[in-house]
Design a protein around this ligand. Structure first.
Ligand SMILES: Cc1ncc(COP(=O)(O)O)c(C=O)c1O
Length: 431
């Protein structure tokens, strides 16, 4: 996350960034630039410099900047009702919930909970899993049982609020805040035996641990460097969950909403092995830049565990966010952008493979969630070089660059990005 100022910072950028650091808590490091406006996949800073944006607000601006349908929908909704309490409902929120259930192919009786971010989607999922855990045999402390456990994976990222952080692996961001939510434990990502052993520890008596309420995972671990877990592993995880009555929670915050070439990553056989989750969480790209997130509980029985008072948020289902999301989904459908994500992703990965840059070891990903593996850990220098040359990408790991452009990126823009990437020098300083 931490960034370094690059050489060609303009005077307006410098002025605003000086003020930024006076009034903002230093959790993000110094921003690279102060952005002013955007159009499609292009964005301009306050000094008038133009950038081709292959990060899209970290997989958020799925239909690019200022899409006319999005602007119209948000403006019209703002002129009607921007917010209402949850004592009331609005048409956009109802239509959006129904649409998301349909896109996920979730069974009859599935229900949506809306929050405002990915972390909040996962908070809701963790709370629902906790309620579910209480229904499992062996989970009743008053008769000698143990509280149910939630299993998360090493390298997984689910957000920075305390519940979501408890399931987020990276020690540097988690351990300073411990103790966190109890009974959440980590197993090695991609290793079915580790998961098997965690399930096997379930049992009554002094040495047994509590039953497993849920396993939570991203099918492509985005923040870990865009690393797919492997379809076989996911399939085995589903089988173990079924055998032990545990829920499978798939975090679609970064992978979902068309980014990986299907509406949700679990719908890609080569990522999921064809499994169906019990809960998915979503955010980021869902509303094309408006803060929105949530979860879908698959089926009536699970959905029924939340009752009035179980959970909530003032802004849950906010009509502006819902209108933004409906417009985003409409654009993705009418412009065929899920298919475009698949095609442009292939073009991007092929272009990177063929561009001959000796700094690039390999490229991985699905659709438009991709990463370049670098031959040495110079990702921040590479990111800064690209920025100086008009391309926004991000150093997702010391030795990897993440590419996550808008889903409506054009063939020409992909070619342009590849031509800039091809010129990143090999001899850059390590991070
Ligand atoms: C997979 C995943 N889950 C959850 C989150 C948290 O989302 P937010 O930053 O909107 O809280 C992120 C954010 O990067 C993510 O990539």
């Amino acid at each position: 996350m931490a960034t370094e100022q690059t050489e060609t910072l303009g005077s307006e950028d410098s002025k605003w960034l000086g003020e930024y650091s006076q009034v903002h808590m230093n959790v993000f490091g110094t921003p690279l630039r102060v952005l002013d406006h955007g159009q499609g996949a292009h964005v301009w800073d306050v000094d008038g410099n133009e950038y081709l944006d292959f990060l899209a607000g970290i997989a958020v601006n799925s239909i690019g900047y200022a899409h006319p349908k999005w602007v119209k929908a948000v403006s019209e909704q703002a002129a009607k009702v921007a917010h209402t309490s949850n004592y009331f409902a609005t048409e956009p929120q109802i239509r959006l919930a129904a649409k998301l259930v349909k896109l996920a192919g979730a069974p009859e009786g599935s229900h949506v909970y809306f929050g405002n971010s990915g972390a909040e989607g996962n908070e809701a999922a963790i709370k629902l899993a906790k309620l579910y855990g209480r229904t499992l045999p062996g989970a009743t402390p008053s008769i000698g049982g143990k509280p149910a456990r939630i299993i998360a994976l090493t390298h997984g990222f689910h957000g920075r609020t305390l519940g979501a952080l408890s399931a987020t692996w990276k020690p540097a961001i988690r351990t300073p805040f411990e103790p966190l939510v109890p009974n959440i434990e980590f197993v090695e990502a991609g290793d079915p035996l580790a998961l098997y052993e965690a399930f096997a520890q379930t049992g009554q008596g002094r040495y047994g641990k509590g039953p497993v309420a849920a396993v939570i995972m991203e099918l492509i671990q985005g923040e870990a460097g865009v690393r797919p877990l492997g379809a076989d592993y996911v399939k085995k995880a589903r089988q173990m969950c079924d055998a032990h009555g545990a829920l499978l929670i798939i975090d679609e915050v970064q992978c979902g909403m068309g980014r990986t070439g299907e509406w949700f990553s679990f719908q890609r056989e080569d990522l999921s092995g064809g499994v169906t989750p019990d809960i998915i969480t979503f955010a980021k790209g869902v509303a094309g830049g408006f803060p929105m997130g949530g979860m879908i509980a698959f089926g009536q029985k699970l959905s029924n565990l939340f009752t009035p008072g179980s959970h909530g948020s003032t802004f849950a289902g906010n009509p502006l966010g819902a209108a933004a999301a409906l417009a985003t989904i409409d654009v993705i459908e009418s412009e065929n952008l899920v298919a475009n994500a698949e095609e442009r992703g292939k073009q991007l990965r092929d272009g990177i493979r063929q561009c001959g840059n000796p700094l690039f070891e390999s490229v991985r990903g699905r659709g438009l969630l991709d990463a370049i593996q670098l031959s040495h850990p110079c990702a921040h220098a590479a990111m800064n070089w690209a920025l100086e040359h008009g391309l926004i990408v991000n150093a997702v790991a010391p030795d990897a660059l993440r590419l996550a452009p808008p889903l409506n990126i054009t063939e020409q823009d992909v070619d342009e990005a590849v031509s800039i990437l091809a010129r990143i020098p090999e001899e850059l300083p390590n991070d």
